[in-house]
Design a protein around this ligand. Structure first.
Ligand SMILES: [Fe+2]
Length: 195
């Protein structure tokens, strides 16, 4: 389940309906899909696409997407740091960035034109789109692992366009998931900072 964190308001949203309502004015869709038992631990990318075919087809019709693929990122991914460095700086794309998280975690920071920066921490079962032209950046969480279904209208549209006067350095790449809340409610410091 996703967590939305709005640092300027010291506010967190964890309820699906509340998250959807908060994100809608920014043109961001959020859905939480039931993932229990849908794929095995060793599922291939093809098996993942087959398992989620009904949802993928619905999204293609809804958003005009043409292709879907699976991206699999983990600590053994070659050139992981260089890959992450492309997307952890504030940028936009000329098409929507649509991601369904199959496994792992990540955090999207969104910088709206009108309103404070907020983060959306995604985990298994979370679908989010970042509309074209929306300023954002992405970090992995401390486990540095994510497996996502991506939808594209045209893969060339997904190149990052870096913004002038970016603000990403002002925000900690803090992943706020269940482990954050469990630990934060105890006596230890919150976990979940990206490395
Ligand atoms: Fe992006």
């Amino acid at each position: 389940m996703a967590v939305v964190h709005i640092p300027a308001q010291n506010r967190d949203l964890t309820d699906v309906a509340e998250i959807r309502e908060f994100l809608a004015p920014f043109g961001i869709w959020y859905e939480n899909w039931d993932v229990a038992g849908r794929i095995g631990a060793a599922a291939t990318n093809e098996e993942i696409l087959a398992a989620y075919e009904p949802e993928i087809n619905r999204l293609k019709q809804q958003g005009g997407f043409v292709t879907a693929d699976v991206i699999n990122v983990n600590p053994s991914t070659p050139n992981l740091d260089a890959m992450l460095a492309k997307f952890d700086k504030e940028h936009t794309h000329s098409e929507d960035e649509v991601r369904f998280t199959v496994e792992g975690n990540g955090v999207f920071h969104i910088h709206p034109e009108n309103g404070p920066v907020f983060s959306v921490t995604v985990t298994s079962g979370d679908l989010i789109n970042v509309p074209r032209g929306t300023k954002h950046w992405f970090n992995l969480c401390s486990d540095r692992k994510i497996r996502c279904i991506r939808l594209f209208e045209d893969m060339t549209g997904w190149a990052p366009h870096y913004v002038d006067q970016p603000v990403h350095e002002q925000f900690a790449p803090l992943c706020m998931g269940p482990s954050y809340f469990e630990v934060a409610s105890g006596s230890q410091a919150p976990r979940g900072f990206s490395e």
